[in-house]
Write a protein that binds this ligand. Sequence first.
Ligand code: F6R
Length: 613
Amino acid sequence: MCGIVGYIGNKQAYPILINGLKRLEYRGYDSAGVAIYSDDLYIYKRKGKVQELIDYAKGKNIKGTIGIGHTRWATHGKPDNVNAHPHVSGNGRLTLIHNGIIENYALLKEALKKEGHVFESETDTEVLVHFIEEIQKRDNLKLEEAVRIALSKVVGAYAIVVMDKQDPDKLVAARKASPLVIGIGEDEFFVASDPTPIAEYTQKVVFLNDEEIAMVNRNGDLQIKTIEDEIQTPFIQEVDLKIEELEKGDYEHFMLKEIYEQPQTVADCMRGRINSKEGWIKVGGVDTTRDRIFNAKRFIIAACGTSWHAGLIGEYLFEELARISVEVEYASELRYRNPIINSDDVVIALSQSGETADTLAALELAKEKGALCYGIVNNVGSSIARLTHAGSYIHAGPEIGVASTKAFTGQVTLLSMMAIHLGYERGTIPRSYYLQLLEELENIPNKIESLLKSTKKQIEFIAGEIKDADNALYLGRGYNFPIALEGALKLKEISYIHAEGYPAAEMKHGPIALIDENMPVICIATNKSAYEKIVSNIQEVKARKGMVIAIVKEGDTVISKIADYTIEIPDTDEPLTPLLSVVPLQLLSYHIALMRGCNVDQPRNLAKSVTVE
Ligand code: F6R
């Protein structure tokens, strides 16, 4: 949440900062601002999107080769021009951008007020920059020393970049529990929340660790030290980010592009990991921690939002195929309830961003309790990927639309591979079924491709029929129950229609009271097992005049006679069904949101990477 970017070098900073902010806008879009130093300090900030800032800064002095920029997701203080970052110290010397929350800001603010500090905004960030100023002033310290001392007294999470107008050849950056990466170019440095604003200039990066402070100098020096003042050797890595992956290309929205990328991203997730003809499956992280994973008493899957839904599918997969007992936990609940976690448990953290604050905290707890921590993550080099003992990347490429789509299918693909692998090795599925599942998994990308083509027109039509609904119900059984939850989440987050997902049989225990002719009920009914049961559930909805939209497998003749609309998807083995059945629901939400005039890629109040708890 909140995107931060900084630049120091020989180029003009403003275009780099603005490009960077556009790339980071998925992290928050309540306000945007930049501070640039040339002959003096120039600060421009505006409520709203980066475009508002661009319009505002037009014709103003934007020259300078050092600067910092911020795009905000509001925590402390409403989204307006005053609360927008960068914030300035009382003496006008320091400017600071921040992602995170300073929890003891109120105490610090009171103490600073007593020293004569006056605050303009309601933010915790302004308190931090005044606090650094106070420390710097008191002992006439260099910026990095003042930052270090201030941060050692701060409680909370932060990624910050600070600029000192009396020393305009240096930026100081630091992180704790919010991501920060340094890009190393030719005689220039970049600082950003993630590598996306950096990738078009350099692929060489250093991911800062918690409680590290970096100093980047115009003379080409990069120094990293800990908050305890210990010098660290920078670990320079190459990221492999292509610019096309960061652009919408011919698509109207990132979300649509990402939905259509799924045949490719699912194939990328499997590349080099399975071969049905030769009958093998290799998941790197599982192989390196083989004994602990194979002998685990229990898997605990911790995640949030869409990733939690993928985790629920993981539960069905591991329990059915590998006969391993699984608990799926909201990371935010797990971390605060003194859970029983033992050293023979495996805790799997699922996260697209790899930065979700609650998932990270749950992992830290699991690590303290001695469990093996396994990460299933999309963003390479992210905090979760670095904290876990082992793990696997899903290789979906940057996901920029705020609503998660291709990361979800990537996570489910990875979980399916793990479950099939473990099931076979533990002897809980026979070789014939193992080979069948491998072959079927390899067929999934083509099946997604074909369903994207065959269902397009029909989904657009159905979207038009239900776009004015106030509520919607999603029902599914077995593997399709988490898909019902995911379908409902997709609809509510981008179209603002209230939607609920339920196990189909649970409908009778309450939600059925809501059904009337105005209630679209989306039934995910591709199941082979319990097929008759879901047919009965659909009958029950129809008997109460609900409008049924059914997702069925090709050639289904029973449900198509009862439902108002049916969307056919290719058949597959039941454990792999979610990889197909989720896709029409993603598209349905997309088209409904579009028809309702909603901002599909940047829905209100949301941010892609939830780095505050
Ligand atoms: C919904 C969505 C969120 C995320 C959740 C966890 O479309 O994207 O619910 O799934 O915030 O994020 P990650 O996976 O980055 O930990």
